[in-house]
Design a protein around this ligand. Sequence first.
Ligand code: ACO
Length: 322
Amino acid sequence: GIRSVARGTGSYLPERVLSNADLAARMDTSDEWIVQRTGIRQRHIAAEGEFTSHLAIKAAQRALDASGLTAADIDLIVLGTATPDQTFPATSVTVQAELGITRGAAFDVQAVCSGFVFALATADAYLKTGAFKRALVIGAETFSRILDWEDRGTCVLFGDGAGALVLEGVDAATAGKSGLLTSHLRSDGRHRAKLYVDGGPSTTGTAGHLRMEGKEVFKHAVGMITDVIEDAFAATGESADSIDWFVPHQANRRIIDASALKLGIAPEKVVTTVDLHGNTSAASIPLALDVAVRDGRITKGDLVLLEAMGGGFTWGSALIRW
Ligand code: ACO
């Protein structure tokens, strides 16, 4: 059979940094409140005229460079985003065109903060059929555009950015131990009113703003995250002890720490970027992956556990042998 092997990562953050102190200067909040509740110290905000596709293209190009590949090698793009440039076409086809790719297929996946894990599992399924050979799996967001900047309960939590992973379908006989070992996706739409955007093309005709019952999200997060990770462990025989790196969705330091504690994952194995990036939704995992690959933590042979949970609710996990 065919296995999907990770070839390289890339990421991009907009230049402008918005610190907690910057927020405190324009609304009734404080660095202390934000850090204590979330672990977030700063976030990056896209410039005027800088779109989700622009961030995605830069991240994708860096992932291609890291893989030693060119755009011509790619025949599939799966992009997770909840903040597309336009209602349609998909942001992924803009990425495709700007990279100069004219073959294969490109489409977006909408699973909010779980977007990257859903995109990864989707690309993996297509590569395994042999229908496509090399995929760009991207998470890219400009959440700053859908935040209500008058709502201090939500606007301090999110940031903009993009990350990408090149995945190649390789004959399992030649892949060695490397590759995506398992992925598990879940959703439960009964929770959709706890985290949503109050607009859209078919309802209001506007883009709308993010609304969240923070306490409700928090209450469900750790249980859902740990459940879907237990599924990954059960499917592979791997465990909290055998993984080398835990790269969770970066929503909130307290959710990450509580999940790792419940699973028995040692704190030194947890990759955390939420302090510097805020919650970048679908971009947070590939951003964190790229940080940990480039600073030398994740190296060939390492077992990497990914996890995400977000609006819907949607949630999922994946295990990759690097
Ligand atoms: N600065 C100062 N005070 C604030 C702020 C702020 N930015 N935001 C809210 N407050 C106030 C509230 O008004 C409230 O004041 P009151 O007691 O006088 O009414 C007080 O702080 C407590 O507010 P809560 O909303 O109850 O605060 P809580 O302790 O629940 O923390 C938080 C809020 C951080 C959002 C928390 O619920 C949380 O982390 N939830 C998880 C949500 C999450 O991470 N979502 C990410 C998206 S989903 C995902 O990616 C998985």
